[in-house]
Design a protein. Sequence first.
Length: 483
Amino acid sequence: MQSPLNDIRRVAAVFFMCAVAAVRAASADTVSLAWDPSADSTVTGYVVYVGTQSNVYSQTFDVGNVTTFSYSNAVAGQRYYFTVAAYIPGPKFSSKSSEVSTFTNRAPVVTNPGNQTTSVGKSVALQISASDPDGTPITYSASGLPAGLQLTTGTGLIAGAPTTAGTSTVTVTASDGVLRTTATFTWTISGQTPTAPVPVSPAGTITTSTPKFTWNAGNTATSYLLVVDDSKTAGRIRTTVTASAAGCATTTVCSFSPNVALAPGSARWTVETMTSTGAGPWSVAMAFAVPDSVKPAVGIVAPSGAGSTWETKHSVIQMSGTASDNGAVASVSWSNSRGGSGTATGTTSWSANVAAKAGINVITVTARDSAGNSTSTTLTVVQVPPPTLISPASGGSASLTPTFSWSAVPSASKYVLKVTTSTGVVKVLTSVTPFQAGCETTTTCTFKPSVVLAAGATYWTVETIAMTDLGAWAPVRQFLAVR
């Protein structure tokens, strides 16, 4: 049988596992420890070991036969290490449990906002930032604030408008109710309040998208913050200009050209005075209108790129492309040099079904913006239809050396004549130019091949070729070859 001491050692390892979750900071200077009771009925008490270094314990507490302990001499912000041992009469002690540790209350952390400079009468909103490592709510206080400024204790916001020139040493404090942290900085209040600048131009409708801005100077200004909103972007221009660069270091009229193109449409601008002691008042905002002189861009994606030549045997061309503008694309339209026009579906991504006629079609696509600016691009389409067969007529008869005729097709560079027997034997397969067929300037092509056909059922057809072999064959006709 095991001795009670051995049983205690075994049990101690078990109750400690529960003690890990029980160690906590109960207040600013008290740490509470809890553990599970031993299952050994001979245990008569427990000893708690306390230290400020791992495995080095400077204090011991015989807590008797209880399973909780409050260490009330903790120093706020110090990490403490704890272990527990059980004992039986004798006394005989078990080995120490595994060690656990925790912090007591820690002081808040406050961020120093840095030295501040403000003019008399200028509104102030300075947020003091602080946090507590333990998540404890923080309250704020301040001393030495310039006259006219107040701090909100619950938020740390310093607000108001200073009333007296001078330099103050300000100390802000963040407290969690027990510990506190301070930050100190200087706050300089200048004596003269700068006046607001007065916008002069641009105003109303202007003639350029890159205007020059002119305003009347504010007193004591060393520089200016120019802010311009156009129809697309708030703060399209936001730049600081020195009084010297604006030409008003010694005069009363300032002017500056940012050389930034503004989007067409409604726009507004304003100027803020900047002095050696900080930002001053803003001018009133002045509205103006920017003209749109930029042409839209348009491109053809399908069936082929713009400026190229495309060949088809189809009578309807499915076209698509893109368009863009510095403002907005209002419409995309098309027209055919052979006749016909229409409006495409869509604008920035557009499509259109365009009717083509036999021969060369120059398709012009035009994009227009809301200001009436337009840009065009073209695609040349060669529409290659099959010819119409004339003779020998379908169901008729012809000699064994017949002459074949068919309608001429505009833009055809050659024709392919194909004649077969009823059993599929090819008797004639030859290329014929319009010159050879006598239809360069006429509407009917004729050709008599130097082949004697076999008597009987015979089939013939003709293909039109312009640039490439598209397979534009006429419907096959049958006739009877006779002697």
